[in-house]
Design a protein around this ligand. Sequence first.
Ligand code: DC
Length: 223
Amino acid sequence: MIAIAIDGPAGAGKSTIARLTAKKLGYLYVDTGALYRTVGYAAWQRGIDPADPDRVAAMLPEITVDLRFDQDGVQQTLLNGENVSAEIRSPEMSRYASQVSAHKAVRDYLLWLQRKLAKEHNVIMDGRDIGTTVLPDANLKIYLTATPEDRARRRFDEYLSKGVSVDYDKLLNDIKQRDYDDSHREISPLRRAEDAKLVDTSGNTLEESLELMEAMIRRHLGI
Ligand code: DC
């Protein structure tokens, strides 16, 4: 099986680029952020403080988190069998996800599922610690980033296109806060694996980033 790990901060374009590239190559695209969002959503539903490691850990045996892929390879995220793919996309769930993702129990709980998928399929998996922790032997590791302003602008446009109204400055602050939290947590922090190729998408159009990515993958894997 072939595994391509794409890590990087929120809003660098990882998910869009990974999804479209996976489709082109016939690989499965796995969005691991959705798993953390789902655990965050479960905490939110129960009124659990996402920053409380003990209460979040105690909740885990009560829930099942699973991914399904429809015929087009589009990922659906299930919480206790219920499709929560839409619910987990709000700015509030971004914060909840970031907070629950700092707990060891949560990371351990989600690890096997991510590894199982990579064992069974050719994958492009995106997240924060795929190249460093989840798939350290991935065939290719990419660290995708862009300036915080560029990323906030993209998230802003994304929310706008879904009819969700958000404030740009607030998004920018949230992104900077999440960058800080994700890269300063003790366990599996966001960082570039030593053998990951750095791709900075600042100022690129989506098409430019896609071309760059596909060329890099094809060159590296010889496909
Ligand atoms: O990629 P995203 O924005 O949907 O991720 C939501 C949060 O989940 C992010 O702030 C950090 C966490 N996360 C993580 O810790 N490890 C991953 N592999 C993916 C996401």
